[in-house]
Design a protein. Structure first.
Length: 491
């Protein structure tokens, strides 16, 4: 563990740590373009130059190992001058795009220019080397070669993380540019990370570009519910609209996000979003829909059943457990879901497409209930004649429903989720609009936090369950998601 000083402060660096990492330990920030903690070191941008005592030239902090007794300066006049020169060099051919560039507000060139340079360019606009602009590459990205600073983060990401190696640097010197390798297309499952990685506005997301200036966005830390990995994310939103999801890097689960997970926010604002109930195929206000559902349940009170869902939070599953125990007073309930857990592509995407199989398991451990096999058998045998569940969970009992014709009452966020067998559908607020607890495949409890408000009249699932119970003649006394957990003994 080498001991050294950085800007006069002593630090004991980890074995093999670079100067940039040792400085980070002290809270000293060294500017960088090509360095990324999860990619190999390429040391090409020179933005991280620092001065090391008894060394004649400045050295790159990202590629120089910290050594015993080193005395490093990150703030000397020599270092400041080098930063100004590197920026001048990088900006020689950079277009004057800031007013129309989607990266404005979170751009490494803008930020470092303001902080370390403010130098006027000595190169007239007419002498700039021009490159190709606005090339749609792959389903999710647009590349503007003129804005690129050739840090090669995008190239290294494709060769080291996705191992799909679609990109390369073509040509030489100031004619160099990033391009697709012949015969390749940029359609790997993680391509949108490239837009995050690119320190400037060269790669931008086709989905997000020009939708909102980044300084208008508010950030809500939450969790992706696209699969059992449960990646930590930030939802960026403004005026009740979610604009994008970005990763919240963490040591336990994720640095990146998959492209499908990034798009999960679309369901919140989709055209088929449910704000009313659906009976058979007709839209109907929530209260009459609840009354109708409750009437159908009452008709078959002794043969009504509840199926939980691995797509719902622990709290909403707990509300369903209480509906079964306190309102229906039935043993016909089931929280028994099993799915193979684990990363299926070596990066992030889980074998289990549901976000809360483990959380539903906790409700099962606390409340008991039937096995899924027994639950399905009772439907097929017509001992269960009405099933209340979440729309996607109905797939677990599809065959039994088909065989018996049991009546299905589901909770759904979007119309596309409604299974064809559903008799009644009740809308509920998505987990971008209401909080909930989920347990990922590693057994980590993660909290979905509301970023936006649900449409008027659309309530969290536990509140819809509460109303359904009232229409069936019982009060569960649920005033919050946490209330649903009362009386349930989680071990
Ligand atoms: S496109 Fe962006 S990430 Fe790729 S080399 Fe250029 S600046 Fe770096
Ligand atoms: S891997 Fe799963 S949890 Fe992570 S971003 Fe993709 S869908 Fe979401
Ligand atoms: S960050 Fe060190 S050379 Fe680019």
């Amino acid at each position: 563990m080498p001991k050294l000083t950085i800007d006069g402060k002593a630090v004991e660096a980890a074995k093999g740590a670079t100067l940039l990492e040792a400085a980070q330990q002290l809270g000293v920030y060294i500017p960088r373009y090509c360095y990324h903690p999860k990619l190999s070191v390429s040391g090409n941008c020179r933005m991280c130059l620092v001065e090391v005592e008894k060394t004649s030239k400045l050295v790159t902090a990202c590629s120089t190992e910290a050594a015993e007794g080193m005395s490093v300066r990150t703030d000397s006049e020599k270092v400041k001058a080098a930063r100004r020169d590197v920026l001048e060099f990088l900006l020689i051919n950079h277009p004057l795009d800031c007013p129309i560039c989607d990266q404005a507000g979170e751009c490494g060139l803008q930020d470092y220019y303001m902080e370390y340079s403010l130098k006027k360019s000595r190169f007239p606009q007419g002498d700039k080397v021009t490159r190709q602009k606005r090339r749609a590459l792959g389903p999710h990205l647009v590349l503007d070669n003129e804005r690129c600073v050739l840090c090669t983060r995008c190239v290294r990401f494709c060769s080291e993380v996705t191992k799909t190696s679609e990109l390369e640097v073509m040509e030489r010197a100031d004619h160099s540019f990033i391009d697709l390798k012949e015969g390749k297309s940029l359609d790997n499952d993680y391509s949108l990370n490239i837009a995050d990685l690119c320190p400037v506005g060269a790669w931008t997301s086709r989905d997000f570009r020009f939708k909102s200036r980044v300084w208008f966005l508010k950030k809500t830390p939450t969790v992706c519910l696209g699969c059992a990995t449960g990646c930590l994310i930030e939802a960026h939103h403004n005026e009740n609209t979610v604009y994008r999801l970005v990763p919240r890097p963490n040591a336990e689960t994720n640095t990146w996000l998959c492209d499908r997970g990034r798009m999960t926010y679309k369901a919140v604002q989709a055209g088929d979003r449910l704000a009313k109930g659906v009976i058979k195929n007709g839209l109907i206000d929530l209260e009459p829909a609840l009354r109708e559902a409750a009437t159908r349940i009452d008709e078959q009170h002794a043969a009504a059943a509840v199926l939980g869902s691995p797509w719902l939070s622990i709290e909403d599953n707990a509300a369903l457990a209480r509906l079964a125990a306190e309102a229906l007073k039935t043993e016909n309930f089931c929280f028994d879901f099993s799915a193979e857990q684990g990363i299926k592509d070596g990066i992030l995407v889980n074998k289990d497409p549901a976000p809360n199989t483990a959380g539903a398991g906790l409700v099962k451990a606390a409340c008991g209930g039937l096995s899924l096999e027994e639950f399905s058998r009772r439907i097929a045998d017509k001992r269960i004649k009405v099933v209340i569940t979440e729309a996607r969970a109905a797939a677990f009992i599809k065959d039994a429903l088909k065989a018996s014709g049991a009546r299905l009452i589901v909770f759904a966020v979007n119309r596309a989720e409604i299974p064809p067998e559903a008799y009644a559908t009740l809308p509920y607020a998505s987990y971008f609009e209401t909080p909930g607890t989920f347990v990922n495949y590693q057994g980590l409890k993660r909290r979905a936090e509301p970023a936006v408000e649900a449409k008027e009249g659309v309530k969290p699932l536990w509140a819809v369950v509460n109303k359904l119970a009232v229409y069936s003649g019982t009060s569960l006394r649920l005033d919050s998601a946490e209330d649903a957990l009362k009386g349930i003994n989680f071990r």
